[in-house]
Design a protein around this ligand. Sequence first.
Ligand code: ZN
Ligand code: ZN
Length: 340
Amino acid sequence: MVRFTVLASGSKGNSTVVSGGCTRILVDAGLSCRELFRRMRLAGEEPETLDAIVITHEHSDHVGGLAVTARKLGIPVYFTEGTHRAWMRWLTPRRQMTYAQWLEQCRKQAAERQAEADASQFDAEGEPDESDLVADCEPAAPALAQIVAAESLPEAAEPEPGPATPIPQKDPTWLPAVEYFQAGQPFEIGDIAISPFTIPHDAADPVGFVFRTEGVRIAFATDLGYIPPNVKAQLKGVDLLLLESNHDLEMLRDGPYPWSVKQRVLSRVGHLSNEAAAAFLEDEYDGQAAYVILAHLSQSNNLPELARVTAERALNGRASLLANRLLLAAQHEALPPIYF
Ligand SMILES: [Zn+2]
Ligand SMILES: [Zn+2]
C-alpha cells in the first residue's frame, strides 16, 4: 500500500513521509526531531521504520531537524552534492582570522601540545617520545587545515565516521551516512524509485521529486519561482500532485515584508504564487491526479481559503477533472495520510 503523509508545510518547517512496498522515506526534515516524531506518531507512522531521508535543498525550513533526526534513527541522508556542501557551510560558521591571530593560535596550540608532551613523559617513561616529537614537529599543519576548512569547504567533505573522525558527535555536520544523487538522474531507495529534477529557487542545487512505487506516481514541487518546461514535464501523468501555492500576489505586495524580501519571493528563484499555481492547473496540468495538494502556504501573505478558491476556480474550469480532490497542506498539523 502506498501512503503519503504531509507532516508540515510552510516557511516554518517542511516534512513529508512517502511509503511504498517495504520502504519509508522522509522528504525533508524541517521540524525538530521531537516534533517530527510526535507528528509521525499522531499520523500513525512509526519513526523507527524510516529507511532514509531525502533533501530538496538546504534552506532551514527543510533541514532544521536533519542532523538530530538522522543520527537518532541511524539512517542515510540523500542530497545533491551542492546541497550537502551548502548545508555543511550553514552549520559551520566562517571564522575570520588575521594572519597575526592565526600565528598566535598556532603558538598557543604548540604550547599546549608541549605541555601535554611534558606531562606524558612523567606518566609513561618507557616510550614517551615518538608521538610527542611528531606533534612538536608540525604544529602549524593542523591549524592551517582548520583555517582552510573553515574558510572553504574541505575536499573530504563526506563524513565517514572512522579513525579519522574520532568524536563524530562533536562535528555538527556528522551524519550516519550520506548518499549523493543528481537532478535528472533517477535512483532507487528500496521499493521507491525517485526522479529528482531541478527547480528554480535561490538555493545551491534545489530539486523537486517524482516518486514511483507500486505503480503510483507522486510529484513534489515546492520552493520554485516559476514552473519551467522541465518541471511541467515532470508533473504530467501523476496520481498525486503536491504543488506550491505560496502567496497571494496582492497580499504580498501590500503585506508586511520589507521591499527586498518581497522582491526575493516574487523573483524567478523565489516562491510560486496562488496565481501562478492556478495558471498551471488551468492551462497545462493534465488533470490525471486523484489528489492535488497545495503546499508551502505563506502565513503572512496568503490565506488558506484564498489559495483554495484560486486553485478550485482553475480546476473547475476543466469539466473532466472531477476526480481531482483538492487539499491544503498546513504548517501546524499533519494532513491525514493519503492511501493508494
Ligand atoms: Zn521552503
Ligand atoms: Zn527554500
